[in-house]
Write a protein that binds this ligand. Structure first.
Ligand code: EPZ
Length: 425
């Protein structure tokens, strides 16, 4: 069941509740490794990346229970995580290589055990995705690192606070260094830290357990090491990228939907750009209501950049919108060097796009046409879904397991809004 079949042309109507942020709960799950008391996480989503992160915790020896009627994990269930009896500091290749977020478990394993053996991470193939900033940061905390045969070996018995100057405000490297520093004596300063809402959420979670971290959301984060962390209950933030995806989906198909758990403060850059489509929406409390006819004016220029700039994780979705908008749009992808693999697939559907290096130039067309296309990564795959929703005729999308990494049964959600979409063999 790794394909979607979409019969395009239906408008979307109804309401959708945005679930917990993938990129918040992943580092928070890694953070549980630092605590020997029980932790309750509310609204735990079942995205494939989260299920794989839970496998990593279980492999380390964590006891994880699901607060549901039949004690099985279900989407948005509450989970109890008990890391009191961890018996390993090793993340094997078969678990680490499936997701990117295994790499920032390195920081928390080091924080807990002062040693670690972790295989190189995986993640969407959207670029080289090096880990040099992670390694530079851990070395600044006096960790001795060597890597051989695809594993990173760390010796942290002499770990102490230090100053880390990040050449780039890397989300993962910022999270990794925070997690390594929480139980490390002395003061650690991260300069040029990432400011994403998911990092603010991780810091809030850790501080609720007794960590001493300041500067969340700024480019200088300071961590004063503490002896231990205490258990807590926590509800992570909603997923701003899923929220943005449904807003763009409605603009591309037309219709009227209410998006619950919409955090406008997390999506300022996206909302600012979408004003150029000449469509309107209203936000009341945490519900965004968008009503439109599916006609959009092109957005002249979009450049992805670290938060609070335009999010790279919304690039494929907004590019799909531009393929059917009136006018020409320029998109520049500054974060990842090969994050346009959805472009040739959209061209198969009749889109008019030319790509050179990190720049895509899109001239809107009257119609897209259903075709057989291939998902190559999480957000690129979702961009193809959005194109299929408004294309004339049938679109089949292969390899939708990429999409399942960050959306739980997206086809069910879209069907509930009136889309004609099926998951097929
Ligand atoms: C996180 O990836 C997210 N993943 C990505 O979301 C997101 O696109 C990205 O941040 C940027 O916002 C998770 O949080 C699990 P980075 P991460 O380190 O941490 C370079 C999705 O679709 N870099 O901020 O890997 C890197 O090559 C995923 O949900 C180094 O050079 O991103 C890239 O050009 C995709 N050396 C830039 O920094 C390093 O050591 C940003 O990467 C690390 C990164």
């Amino acid at each position: 069941m790794d394909k979607f079949l979409i019969n395009g042309g239906n408008k979307l109507f109804g309401s959708i509740e945005i679930t917990t942020a993938k990129n918040a709960i992943l580092p928070i799950l890694a953070g549980c490794i630092l605590c020997e008391d029980k932790i309750v996480l509310h609204k735990c989503p079942l995205y494939a990346d989260v299920v794989n992160m839970i496998k990593i915790l279980k492999n380390l020896g964590a006891d994880i229970k699901y607060l549901t009627k039949d004690a099985e994990m279900e989407n948005n269930c509450d989970i109890i995580i008990d890391c009191s009896n961890l018996k390993s500091y090793n993340i094997p290749h078969e678990l680490a290589s499936v997701i990117r977020s295994s790499i920032f478990s390195l920081g928390s394993i080091l924080g807990r055990f002062k040693k670690a053996k972790v295989a190189y991470p995986g993640g969407c193939e959207i670029g080289a995705r090096p880990i040099d900033l992670h390694i530079k940061g851990l070395r600044a905390l006096n960790v001795k690192l060597t890597d051989k045969h695809g594993y990173i070996y760390c010796e942290g018995k002499d770990m102490k606070g230090g100053i880390v100057n990040l050449d780039f405000p890397s989300v993962g490297a910022t999270e990794n260094i925070i997690l390594a520093a929480v139980l490390t004596k002395g003061e650690t300063k991260i300069i040029n830290a990432a400011k994403e809402p998911e990092i603010i959420d991780l810091i809030k979670f850790l501080n609720s357990m007794g960590a001493k971290i300041t500067g969340a959301g700024t480019s200088v984060i300071t961590i004063n090491g503490v002896e231990k962390l205490n258990g807590c209950e926590y509800t992570p933030i909603p997923d701003r990228i899923i929220a943005g995806t449904y807003l763009v989906a409605t603009l591309i198909t037309g219709g009227k939907i209410d998006i619950h758990n919409f955090r406008p403060d997390h999506n300022q850059a996206l909302l600012e750009k979408l004003k150029q489509t000449n469509n309107k929406w209203k936000i009341k409390n945490d519900i965004l209501t968008v009503k439109c006819d599916g006609k959009n004016k092109a957005i002249s220029k979009i450049e992805t950049s670290p938060y609070p700039g335009f999010p790279t994780d919304m690039q494929a979705q907004i590019l799909a919108l531009q393929t059917k908008s009136k006018g020409t749009s320029i998109i520049i992808e500054n974060l990842f060097e090969t994050r346009y693999k959805h472009v040739p697939e959209l061209i198969k559907m009749g889109a008019n796009i030319t790509c050179k290096d990190r720049t895509a130039i899109i001239t809107g067309v009257e119609k897209l046409y259903g075709a057989s296309v291939n998902a190559t990564d999480l957000r690129g795959g979702v961009g193809l879904v959005l194109a299929g929703l408004c294309a004339e005729g049938y679109t089949t999308i292969e390899n939708v397991h990429h999409i399942d990494r960050g959306y739980y049964k997206i086809e069910e959600d879209l069907k509930s809004l009136g889309a004609d979409i099926e998951r097929i063999d």
